[in-house]
Design a protein around this ligand. Structure first.
Ligand code: UN1
Length: 505
């Protein structure tokens, strides 16, 4: 092998300020999907220590909420500086731990930097409202207060950006954060926490010790966050199965959850589409990140008049795309995260064949031996939207179907249980506007002339139906990390009651 992953990992982590004891001698074995090699053995936290960490975080909240929001923004600005200074190293670590191609590894860190910038500006806003009171000499307003400890449960595929979306907002809002990363990606989390601690040290003593806490461990550690009354907000990214469980348990104790769950994202290609642009967008949307984004394009709904032009070309792109180890080559498609993911992909392809689908690609490619799982992305022509097409398989499978009328296409796109992202390829304004109207896409994200993935941080990110309804990142997503308080003030000398009620004692 031309590179030594464990040696490089050690140098990267130490370069970002991580002590060796944090990634060696532990029980959580971390493998690189690039080669299957063991990268590190990370110590896991015990339940007792995790419960104590929740206590420390609640105490830290009592201090942090007193700091003015623009000053809290300064800490997030420093975090953004640390991320800028360490972009190459952290991006590389994302590539080694998750298998993302280098530009996507770096892009993930850029997304963290962007949300820090966004949150710094937000720290001087967090606006409330003034509302007209129905009573004389009264003032009615609404203001936003921090919620408390925010639990963040993140998935392997965006191992650090999703933490940053949540943490940057939560921190400027005056909350403390506790992070339970995916068991598959603790190293990028440990590095990110080290960078946070550097920023906090530069910020000074106003930053309480337990402002941001990292809990490396299994499911039972995540469950502690989900069950604990002292964690009023739980933000969880992952499968619908996980989210249904988290959502129910958090709701039972009247906590708030922000859920980012499965996607089964479709694009509609209309007769007016620019087919060259469509081809490139579909390639990135469906094969980028080896199909392992929640926003990955999974269903392509193509008008019958352009099907015969577009699909053979697309199959050509699928045949030509370079699959490989992105550290050793200029491959655009890296490995799947692990064997389970490979098996899930193969079983979906089998089900697709049984349902009458014609499969192009999808076979395993031997790049770095038996312990890594590289595949050729699969394009599957389906006679109808059935079987595996209705499910999210977290792998590069694109199901392609034909349609005749736009109403039929929109109805196909909407008739799955997931509702994250969607897009239309069209230059006819009527088609575009219908797709964006109330009768159009039912998803949280609806794009025009681009694929469904690769959202910018400035917009609210999230989806409807079994995607969970949460919104993170831009727009007014910050409100989910705060509690709203309505304030009515009587500055007169009488006591007029609302609704004209009389109660003279
Ligand atoms: C995810 O896959 O968990 O829109 C999030 C995108 C990225 C985020 C994806 N900005 O593809």
């Amino acid at each position: 092998m031309s590179f030594h992953l464990d040696v490089e990992i050690k140098a990267l982590l130490q370069g970002m300020g991580v002590a060796e004891s944090e990634f060696s001698g532990g029980t959580l074995i971390v493998r690189s999907p690039l080669t299957g090699d063991v990268l590190a053995k990370v110590p896991e936290i015990s339940s007792e220590k995790a419960i104590a960490a929740i206590s420390s975080s609640s105490e830290a909240f009592n201090e942090w909420r007193k700091i003015p929001a623009p000053r809290r923004g300064e800490l997030v600005r420093l975090l953004g500086e640390e991320l800028r200074a360490n972009k190459e190293a952290l991006g590389r670590l994302v590539t080694l731990e998750v298998g993302k191609v280098p530009s996507e590894g770096l892009g993930e860190v850029q997304e963290m930097i962007d949300i820090c910038d966004f949150a710094v500006g937000l720290s001087r806003q967090l606006y409330g409202l003034t509302i007209q009171s129905e009573r004389p000499d009264h003032r009615l307003t609404e203001q936003w207060h921090p919620a408390g400890v925010v639990g963040i449960i993140s998935a392997f595929n965006f191992p650090v950006a999703v933490w940053a979306w949540n943490a940057a907002l939560a921190l400027v809002c005056g909350n403390t954060v506790i992070w339970k990363p995916s068991e598959k990606t603790p190293l990028t989390a440990i590095a990110t926490q080290a960078l946070f601690l550097k920023a906090a040290a530069r910020f000074g003593a106003e930053a309480p010790k337990a402002l941001s806490t990292l809990l490396v461990g299994g499911r039972e550690i995540g469950a502690l966050l989900v069950e604990d009354q002292r964690v009023p907000v739980v933000s969880a990214t992952g499968s619908t199965r996980m989210g249904r469980d988290v959502g129910e348990r958090v709701a039972r104790r009247f906590g708030r959850s922000i859920l980012e769950l499965g996607g089964n994202n479709a694009s509609i290609v209309t007769p007016s589409a620019d087919l060259d642009l469509t081809l490139r967008a579909v390639a990135f949307g469906a094969m980028g990140t080896a199909g392992q984004r929640c926003t990955t394009l999974r269903r392509l709904i193509v008008h019958s008049s352009v099907y015969e032009t577009l699909i053979p070309k697309l199959v050509g792109v699928y045949n030509a795309i370079k699959v490989g180890n992105p550290v050793e080559s200029d491959a655009l498609v890296g490995p799947l995260i692990d064997q389970l993911s490979f098996e899930a992909m193969q079983s979906s392809l089998k089900a697709a064949r049984e349902a009458g689908g014609t499969v192009h690609g999808g076979q395993r490619v031997n790049i770095n031996g038996d312990a890594s799982f590289y595949v050729r992305p699969a394009l599957v022509e389906m006679p109808s939207q059935t079987g595996p097409v209705l499910e999210e398989t977290f792998a590069p499978i694109l199901y392609v179907m034909k349609y005749e009328t736009l109403d039929e296409a929109i109805s196909l796109q909407n008739s799955v249980v997931q509702g994250l992202s969607s897009s239309i390829f069209a230059t006819d304004i009527r088609e575009v506007e219908l797709f964006l109207s109330a009768q159009g896409s039912d998803c949280g994200i609806a794009n025009v002339n681009m694929g469904p993935s690769g959202a910018e941080i400035g917009g609210a990110f999230g989806g409807e139906k079994e995607t969970g309804g949460g919104r993170e990142s831009g727009s007014d997503a910050w409100k989910a990390y705060m509690r709203r308080q309505t304030n009515a003030v009587n500055y007169g000398r009488t006591l007029p009651l609302a609704q004209g009620v009389k109660f003279d004692v």
